[in-house]
Unconditional design. Structure first.
Lengths: 359, 314, 489
C-alpha cells in the first residue's frame, strides 16, 4: 500500500516536472525544478581498485556539496564485490529505501536488467554510466571511444597535416573489450586519413614498462615513426623507448597520467616538444550524478549522454600538472553547470564543452 | 520426562536461532524503512534468495553425506548459461543439457566414492570443469531467457510474495522428504554411519547416486530461477553461492560430520545470509565494511549455535 | 590342530536341522590369512559361544557368516541350500541378524529410524508408527523398564542404552521371522541387570527355535547360556565342545591362557599427602589419590561413576597435574583410525619428543617401539595404520599412549571393553607395575572382577560415592552389597 503510494508520488513528481519543464529552466539551460527533497544513490559493481575508489570519492564529494547547497536531500554509495547478483540485490534494497534516483556502474550489461526494471517500475530514475546496460528504461552516460580515436588523429593532423605519415598504435590487451572498441575507433578514424599509414601495433597493457619493452622491440624494424596513438598509461614508456633507441621523439599522445604529463613537460623544456593528452576521468560519476539530478529537476535528457574526454593542451599543461596526484591520473570535477552544457550539446549535436583547466 | 522436554526445546532452539537472526534483521529494516513491510518490499528483499534457497538445499544433500560441494556456485553459473543459450530457442536441447549436467554431477559423486577421494578436492576440480563448460556455452555474459521464465520469477502470486512461497514450499517439501519419509531416513543413515547401512544390506552406491542426483536437480532448478531473475546467463554469476550455501547449511544447524542437517534450518540459513547484505546497507554500513560485517553476522549466529550446543551437553 | 572339530551336534542339535553350515571357509587379506580352512555349523535353536583371543579370527568368521565380508574360499550352506554369493542382503532375507561389536547404529537417527534400516518392509504411509511399535515392543520384551526414548537420536544416549537398542533391534520382527542372530560382544557396555535380561532373552530365543552365535570375552555368560562353545585361535577353530559342565578354567586353558592366579596384594600404599583430591560438593566421599595408588569407581551402571571420573579428570587438568585419559569408547573418543600406531601413541607426548620445536622422529620411533614391545601389540610394525588392528590391540595402543606420556595420574574410563582375557591380564600387570613406579590410577569399570586390582574403591549409588572399600575388603560380594545399599544379596 505504502509502496503503491510512493510510486504514485514518484509518477506525479515526474509528471509535474514535465508540466513545469517550460517554466523552470534557468538561463544557462539548467532545469531548476525543486529536488531538495530528493535522494540519489550510487550502485557500484566493484570498489577494489584505485580508479573506482577515486570515482566513489568524486561522487560523494560532489553529492555532499549538493546536499550542503540544498540541491538534494541525501545520497549513498553501495558497492558489490564484482558480483552481479549481489549488485542486483543492492539495487533492490535501494528501491526499498526509497531513493529517487540511482546511478549504476553495472557489473554486467544484462544481469541487472531485472533489478533495474523493478527500479524504473517503482518510478525511480536510473542512470547507467561507463557500462552498456541493455534495459531500455535507463539513461546512459558514457564516453564514446570513437571520439577518443578521432581526437587523437585530429591532433596528429593539426601537427602533420594530411600526411603522409607513419603511425604506430599502442593497444591495450589482446581480447579486452575496451581495447577492441577503441581500436575499432582508430580504424574508423584512420579511414578518413588515407595518407596515414599504420606501421605497427603493439600491446602495451596500459602500463609504462610493458609499453617501453614492446615499443623498443618493434622500433628497429621501423624506419620512421611520425606519431604514436595510445590508450593511456603507455605514453611514458613509449617515450623512454624512443629516447633509449636514440630516435627522434614523434608525437606521442598521452593518457593523462602524471608520469606522462611530467615527461611531456621535461621534453618541452628541453626541445620545445609539443603533444596532446586525453583520457577518461573517474569523475564521470559526477556527470551521472548531475544528469540524474537534472532529470529529477525536470530536464529532458536524451537516452545517451556522451561525456567529453578530459583533454590537456600545451597551454594548460603546467596548470594540470599541478593538480594531478603523484603517480596518479588526472581528474577534474564536473559541476552542475558543465553537466547541463554537456546535456545540451548532446541534444543539439554540437561540440561537447571541455572542462576548463584549473587556475 | 523433563529430559524429553529439554530435548525438544533444544531441537527447536537451533531453528529459533536462525529464525531469530532473520527476524531481528527484518525488524531493523522495517524500523528504518517501514515501506519495506509490504508485499512489494518482501518481494524485493528476498527475490534473490529464491535460487540461493534451492542451491543451499543441494549443498545440504552433500553435507548430509559428509561431503562438501565446492563446485556449487560454478554449477549454478553453468546452468544459467545453458538456460540463456538454449531454453528459449530450443527447449528440448536445454532439457537434454540439464539432464547431462545432472548426470555429470552424479558421475563426479560416484567417482569420489568409488576412488575414496576427498570430495573437497574433487568438487574444487569439478568447479573449473563447470566453469569451462559454461564459458564454452556462453563466452560472455548475455543470452536471452524465455518470457515465461521471467514472467514466472516476476510473478505476483496471491496471499504471499513469490520468494516467501518458494521458501515455504522448499522447506516443507524437503523437511518432509528427508526427516519423515522412510527413504529420507535411509539417506540420513547413509550420512550418519555408512557402514551400518551397508551391513544392513543396502547398496551404498545407489543411495549416494540418489543423493547426488537430487543435489544436481536442485542446482539446475536454482540456476534456471537465477537466470530468470537476471534475464541472462553468466558463467561467473554465482561464485559466492559456494560459500553462502555452505554457510546456510551450517547456520541452519547442520554439521560437517555427516548425517546431521536440517532442511528447515538450511532454508532459514539461506534467507538469513541473503538478508544480511540488505540489512547492512539499510543500516548504512559503509560499503567497505560490509563484507567484514557480513562475516560478523555469520560469526554471531554460529557463536549462538555453539552456546546452544554447549547447553545441550551440560 | 582341530581337536574336536566337526563332531555331531549332540542331543538337541541332532534332532534340529542345521541353520547354516560352512566347510573349509577361508578369508585372506593379501598375504594375511584371517580365516583359514574353518568348519562351522549352527543348528536351529542352538546357542553357540564363540571365544578366542583378539585377532583369533572371530570377527572375520562372523562377518563371513553375515555376508558382510565375501569369503575367499569354502562351501557355505544355509538351510540346506548352497548360499552361493552370500551377501548382507541375502542374510537378511534368510532371517539372519547381526549385532556387531562396533555399534552399527546411526548416531544421528533415533531408535525408531534405526529400526527402519533393518526392515525394508517399514516403508510407505505410517512407516514411522510401525517402526516405533516394532522397536518398542522388542525393547519391552528384552529389556523391560529400560525407559529408553525411542524417538531420541541414539547419539545422545549412553553406550549401554545404545547397546540395548542394538540388541532389541536384532530381535525385532516385521514381515519375515528371525531365524538366527549373531551377537558380537553384546554386553560390553551393559550393566549387571541388563546383562541378566539379555541372557534370558537368548535362552528364550533359543526355545523359540532361533539360533544364536554369541561372541564375548565374558566367559561366565557363555557358560550360562551356550549349548556349545567354539574356540578360535590364529584363524582356526581349535576346539568345539558341548557345554555340559564346562568350567571357566577349562575354557581359558583351551584359549591358551592360564587362569589368572589370585593376585598378590601389593604393599599398602603410603597415604600421607594425596597427589590429587576431588570433592563433588554433594557431601559424599572425596576422591583422594595418593602416589602409586589405584583407585576404582564401582557401582551399578549409570550411577554417576563416569560423570565423576570426567569431573576428576577435568579438575586435575585444570590444576596443572600431568594427567592422561584412556577412553573405553575408543572409536569415538580415543583414536585416529587412519594414523599409524606411532602417531597415535606419541600424540600425547609431542612436546616431550620435540627437539627445537620440531618433533624428533627418532625419539618418537624409540618411544613407540619400546611400548609396542612391552604391550605386545600384534601388528606388523609401528607404522601400521590403527584401522587394520583388532579391537584389543587398538585398546593397547590407547594404553600405551597414556603410559608413554609424562602423566602422574592416569584416568581409565572402562578401558577393557571388548578386550580378551589374555590382553586384560597383561594390561593389569602393567598397571600394577606402573603404580609401583609412583603413578596413580583412577579406574572406572563395568566389570566387577577388575576391581581386584585396586587399592581402594569408591562404590557409587545414585550419583554419590557412598562407600569406600579398602584393600582386603575389595571383593565382589562386598561391592555388590555396597552397590545396592546393603539391601540385597
Amino acid at each position: 500500500m505504502q509502496i503503491g503510494k510512493s510510486i504514485l508520488t514518484g509518477a506525479l513528481a515526474l509528471a509535474g516536472g514535465a508540466v513545469l519543464a517550460g517554466q523552470v529552466f534557468a538561463a544557462n539551460g539548467l532545469a531548476t525544478g525543486d529536488t531538495s527533497t530528493k535522494r540519489i544513490a550510487f550502485s557500484n559493481s566493484y570498489a577494489g581498485n584505485s580508479f573506482r575508489q577515486i570515482m566513489i570519492k568524486d561522487f560523494e564529494r560532489m553529492a555532499q556539496k549538493a546536499v550542503d547547497e540544498g540541491k538534494i536531500a541525501g545520497f549513498t554509495t553501495v558497492s558489490a564485490n564484482n558480483n552481479v547478483t549481489e549488485q542486483a540485490g543492492q539495487i533492490q534494497n535501494l528501491i526499498l529505501q526509497g531513493y529517487d534516483a540511482i546511478i549504476v556502474l553495472a557489473g554486467s550489461d544484462t544481469a541487472l536488467n531485472g533489478a533495474i526494471k523493478e527500479a524504473c517500475g517503482a518510478g525511480i530514475t536510473v542512470v547507467a554510466f561507463a557500462s552498456g546496460v541493455t534495459e531500455p528504461c535507463v539513461h546512459t552516460v558514457d564516453y564514446n571511444l570513437d571520439s577518443y580515436a578521432k581526437a587523437e588523429l585530429d591532433f596528429v593532423q593539426s601537427k602533420l597535416g594530411y600526411g603522409p605519415a607513419n603511425i604506430l598504435e599502442i593497444r591495450g590487451m589482446a581480447g579486452d573489450g575496451f581495447d577492441k572498441r577503441l581500436h575499432e575507433g582508430v580504424v574508423k578514424a584512420m579511414a578518413e586519413h588515407p595518407n596515414y599509414k599504420s606501421v605497427g601495433e603493439v600491446y602495451g597493457q596500459w602500463t609504462g614498462t610493458v609499453a617501453q619493452k614492446e615499443v623498443a622491440g618493434i622500433l628497429p624494424s621501423l624506419k620512421k615513426v611520425d606519431a604514436v596513438l595510445t590508450q593511456g598509461g603507455d605514453g611514458y614508456g613509449a617515450m623512454q623507448a624512443f629516447k633509449a633507441a636514440g630516435r627522434d621523439i614523434p608525437i606521442i599522445i598521452m593518457g593523462n597520467r602524471q608520469d606522462e604529463l611530467q615527461a611531456w613537460k621535461d621534453q618541452h623544456i628541453a626541445t620545445g616538444y609539443e603533444t596532446f593528452s586525453l583520457g577518461a576521468t573517474p569523475s564521470v560519476s559526477q556527470v551521472a550524478f548531475w544528469t540524474a539530478q537534472q532529470i529529477l529537476a525536470g530536464k529532458k535528457v536524451p537516452d545517451f549522454v556522451e561525456v567529453p574526454l578530459l583533454e590537456v593542451h600545451q597551454a594548460d599543461l603546467d596548470a594540470w600538472l599541478k593538480v594531478v596526484p603523484e603517480g596518479g591520473v588526472l581528474d577534474a570535477d564536473y559541476d552542475q553547470k558543465i553537466v547541463g552544457q554537456i546535456i545540451d550539446a548532446n541534444i543539439a549535436g554540437t561540440e561537447l564543452p571541455s572542462v576548463a583547466a584549473p587556475n | 520426562m523433563s529430559d524429553k522436554r529439554f530435548r525438544l526445546s533444544h531441537g527447536t532452539l537451533q531453528l529459533l536461532l536462525s529464525a531469530g537472526a532473520l527476524l531481528i534483521m527484518l525488524g531493523a529494516i522495517f524500523h528504518v524503512q517501514p515501506n519495506a513491510m509490504s508485499y512489494f518490499g518482501f518481494t524485493l528483499l528476498f527475490k534473490l534468495s529464491m535460487p540461493l534457497v534451492l542451491a543451499a538445499l543441494a549443498q545440504m544433500m552433500l553435507i548430509l553425506l559428509g561431503d562438501i560441494d565446492l563446485s556449487n556456485g560454478a554449477f549454478v553459473g553453468m546452468v544459467t548459461c545453458i538456460t540463456a543459450v538454449w531454453l528459449d530457442p530450443s527447449p528440448g536441447v536445454a532439457v537434454i543439457a540439464y539432464l547431462a549436467a545432472i548426470a555429470a554431477f552424479v558421475a563426479m559423486g560416484w567417482f569420489t566414492h568409488a576412488r575414496e577421494l576427498p570430495s573437497i578436492i574433487v568438487t574444487l576440480g569439478a568447479s573449473f570443469i563447470w566453469l569451462g563448460i559454461a564459458i564454452t556455452v556462453l563466452p560472455s555474459p548475455g543470452g536471452t531467457v524465455p518470457g515465461w521464465l521471467t514472467g514466472f520469477t516476476g510473478w505476483r502470486p496471491p496471499l504471499l510474495p513469490m520468494p516467501i512461497w518458494v521458501a515455504l514450499i522448499a522447506a516443507a517439501v524437503s523437511q518432509w522428504f528427508l526427516m519423515h519419509t522412510s527413504f529420507g531416513t535411509l539417506l540420513r543413515a547413509t550420512g550418519g554411519n555408512a557402514r551400518a547401512v551397508q551391513k544392513a544390506g543396502w547398496s551404498l552406491s545407489r543411495l549416494r547416486i540418489a543423493i547426488y542426483a537430487m543435489a544436481g536437480g536442485l542446482m539446475v532448478a536454482s540456476g534456471v530461477l537465477l537466470s530468470g531473475i537476471i534475464t541472462s546467463g553468466d558463467p561467473n554469476v554465482a561464485p559466492s553461492y559456494t560459500l553462502l550455501t555452505i554457510g546456510a547449511v551450517i547456520v541452519g544447524g547442520g554439521a560437517f560430520v555427516g548425517g546431521r542437517v536440517s532442511p528447515i534450518g538450511t532454508v532459514l540459513g539461506a534467507l538469513t545470509l541473503s538478508l544480511a547484505g540488505s540489512f547492512l546497507s539499510f543500516m548504512h554500513v559503509p560499503a567497505t565494511w560490509q563484507i567484514g560485517a557480513q562475516g560478523a553476522i555469520l560469526f554471531l549466529v554460529l557463536a549462538g549455535r555453539v552456546i546452544v550446543d554447549r547447553r545441550k551437553l551440560a | 590342530m582341530q581337536q574336536v572339530a566337526n563332531m555331531p551336534v549332540g542331543e538337541m542339535g541332532a534332532k534340529a536341522p542345521l541353520f547354516l553350515a560352512g566347510r573349509g571357509l577361508s578369508k585372506s587379506y593379501g598375504a594375511v590369512k584371517a580365516l583359514s580352512d574353518t568348519d562351522f555349523h549352527l543348528a536351529t535353536g542352538e546357542v553357540v559361544g564363540l571365544i578366542g583371543h583378539n585377532g583369533a579370527g572371530k570377527s572375520t568368521l562372523i562377518n563371513v557368516l553375515a555376508g558382510v565380508v565375501a569369503r575367499s574360499g569354502g562351501i557355505f550352506e544355509v538351510l540346506g541350500r548352497d548360499a552361493g554369493d552370500w551377501s548382507a542382503n541375502l542374510a537378511r532375507e534368510n532371517g539372519l541378524r547381526c549385532v556387531f561389536q562396533e555399534l552399527s547404529l546411526c548416531p544421528n537417527l533415533s531408535a525408531t529410524e534405526n529400526t527402519r534400516l533393518l526392515h525394508p518392509a517399514l516403508k510407505g504411509f505410517g512407516w514411522k508408527q510401525r517402526a516405533r511399535k516394532t522397536i518398542q515392543s522388542a525393547l519391552d520384551t528384552v529389556f523391560p523398564d529400560s525407559g529408553i526414548d525411542v524417538d531420541r537420536p541414539v547419539g545422545e544416549l549412553s553406550l549401554g542404552e545404545r547397546q540395548m537398542i542394538e540388541i532389541a533391534r536384532g530381535f525385532s520382527v516385521t514381515d519375515s521371522p528371525v531365524r538366527a542372530i549373531i551377537l558380537d560382544e553384546p554386553t560390553s557396555s551393559l550393566g549387571a541387570e541388563a546383562t541378566r535380561q539379555f541372557l534370558e532373552q537368548v535362552s528364550r530365543a533359543s526355545e523359540d527355535g532361533i539360533s544364536v552365535i554369541l561372541v564375548t570375552h565374558r566367559l561366565g555368560e557363555i557358560l550360562a547360556v551356550a549349548h556349545r562353545v567354539v574356540t578360535m585361535k590364529d584363524g582356526l577353530v581349535i576346539s568345539d565342545q558341548f557345554n555340559d559342565g564346562l568350567s571357566r578354567s577349562e575354557l581359558v586353558a583351551v584359549m591358551g591362557d592360564l587362569e589368572p592366579e589370585t593376585r598378590e596384594r601389593r604393599d599398602a600404599v603410603v597415604r600421607d599427602v594425596p597427589v590429587f583430591s576431588h570433592s563433588s560438593g554433594l557431601g559424599d566421599h572425596d576422591i583422594e589419590l595418593h602416589q602409586g595408588e589405584i583407585v576404582g569407581l564401582a557401582g551399578l551402571d549409570g550411577h554417576g561413576q563416569r560423570e565423576r571420573l570426567r569431573a576428576v579428570f577435568d579438575a586435575a587438568r585444570v590444576s596443572g597435574l600431568p594427567v592422561a585419559f584412556v577412553a573405553g569408547d575408543r572409536v569415538s573418543e580415543g583414536l585416529f583410525p587412519l594414523w599409524s600406531i606411532r602417531d597415535n601413541l606419541t600424540i600425547r607426548s609431542l612436546s616431550a619428543l620435540s627437539r627445537g620445536g620440531l618433533v624428533s622422529n627418532e625419539a618418537a620411533d624409540r618411544l613407540t617401539q619400546s611400548w609396542f614391545e612391552r604391550l605386545k601389540v600384534r601388528a606388523p610394525g609401528i607404522a601400521t595404520p590403527l584401522l587394520s588392528l583388532s579391537g584389543g590391540n587398538q585398546q593397547k595402543v590407547l594404553f600405551a599412549r597414556a603410559l608413554a606420556s609424562d602423566a602422574r595420574l592416569i584416568v581409565l574410563d572402562d578401558p577393557m571393553r571388548g578386550v580378551d582375557v589374555g590382553t586384560k591380564h597383561e594390561v593389569y600387570a602393567l598397571i600394577r607395575n606402573e603404580a609401583e613406579t609412583g603413578r596413580s590410577f583412577l579406574w572406572y569399570s563395568t566389570e566387577t572382577e577388575e576391581f581386584e586390582n585396586c587399592d581402594r574403591l569408591h562404590v557409587f549409588r545414585e550419583g554419590r560415592s557412598e562407600t569406600i572399600l579398602d584393600g582386603e575388603r575389595i571383593e565382589p560380594n562386598a561391592i555388590l552389597e555396597a552397590s545396592f545399599g546393603g539391601l540385597y544379596v
